[in-house]
Design a protein around this ligand. Structure first.
Ligand code: IPE
Ligand code: IPE
Ligand code: MG
Length: 253
């Protein structure tokens, strides 16, 4: 249910999601609508990231994960992939100061080794510089694919069994979670997808087991802080049951 009170942006601080993950989709269609090249959409999209990171930090969200480039996105035309890598490099370099100033730690989930060497370099420098920051964790999902992540976890676990450092009977859900890129992070409470598509596109499949999902028709380059807050309000109105019965349901029938 969407709240009607678009101007009342008050949030309940007690019910903030610990982890918000965003599928930032719609850059290409935004550009197309304006008769521009898709790359223009990515450029505009990268401008929006800063405002949402700032909003998340100010609101007190502990972990923000942004899906910026998927394992499947490598199959896009070469010029688009190159443009995305250049934008990523610029973005990470230009945000470094802001992250330091705002006590935000940068982390990457995904196949960091597959990124171009200059992107990797910017990522490594920024991750190292911000490693002790503790106001918010900013996870960039880069060359990220959930199936790749799970496959890699299975391989690591199999290797431990083969070397006898792990007994199959000790495989638990927590152990599997500990072999994912999101190890030690809370599962996303809320997954937002902009651009209006109703799918997860290989994003956090294991971690999304009980995530609340919000699909916005807004193309990512048009996404705003106000819409973000509205979505958080919508989240706060939901009844998360985790398979159980609602908290206010009486037991004695
Ligand atoms: C999301 O926007 C950004 C990336 C996937 C890198 P798209 O480029 O997918 O935009 P649409 O979905 O084609 O509009
Ligand atoms: C998902 O968007 C990936 C990112 C936003 C980085 P896509 O545009 O790649 O997903 P599909 O192709 O619509 O499923
Ligand atoms: Mg898309």
């Amino acid at each position: 249910m969407k709240s009607n009170s678009t101007h009342d942006l008050t949030l309940d601080c007690e019910k903030l999601p610990l982890h918000v993950a965003i599928i930032m989709d719609g850059n290409g269609r935004w550009a197309k609508k304006k008769m521009m090249n898709r790359v223009k959409g990515h450029e505009q999209g990268s401008q929006i990231v800063r405002s949402i990171v700032t909003a998340a930090r100010e609101l007190g969200i502990g972990t923000l994960t942004l899906y910026a480039f998927s394992t499947e996105n490598w199959a896009r035309p070469k010029y688009e992939v190159q443009a995305l890598m250049i934008l990523l490099k610029k973005f990470i370099a230009s945000e470094r100061k802001e992250l330091l100033k705002n006590n935000i730690r940068l982390n990457v989930i995904g196949q960091k080794h597959k990124l171009t060497s200059d992107v990797q370099k910017e990522v490594d420098i920024t991750m190292e510089l911000t490693k002790d920051n503790n106001k918010m964790l900013l996870n960039l999902a880069l060359s990220y694919g959930s199936r790749e992540e799970i496959t890699s976890a299975v391989k690591q676990i199999a290797e431990k069994i083969a070397s006898k450092s792990l007994d199959p009977k000790d495989i638990t859900q927590d152990l599997i979670s500990d072999h994912l890129y999101t190890k030690a992070m809370p599962d996303p409470d809320l997954i937002i997808r902009t651009g209006g598509e109703y799918r997860l596109s290989n994003f956090l499949l294991w971690q999304a087991a009980y995530s609340e999902i919000y699909i916005s028709d807004t193309f990512w380059p048009d996404f705003t802080r106000d819409e973000f807050i509205e979505i958080l309000k919508n989240y706060q109105e939901r009844d998360r049951r985790f398979g159980k019965v609602a908290c206010n349901t009486s037991n004695d029938g």
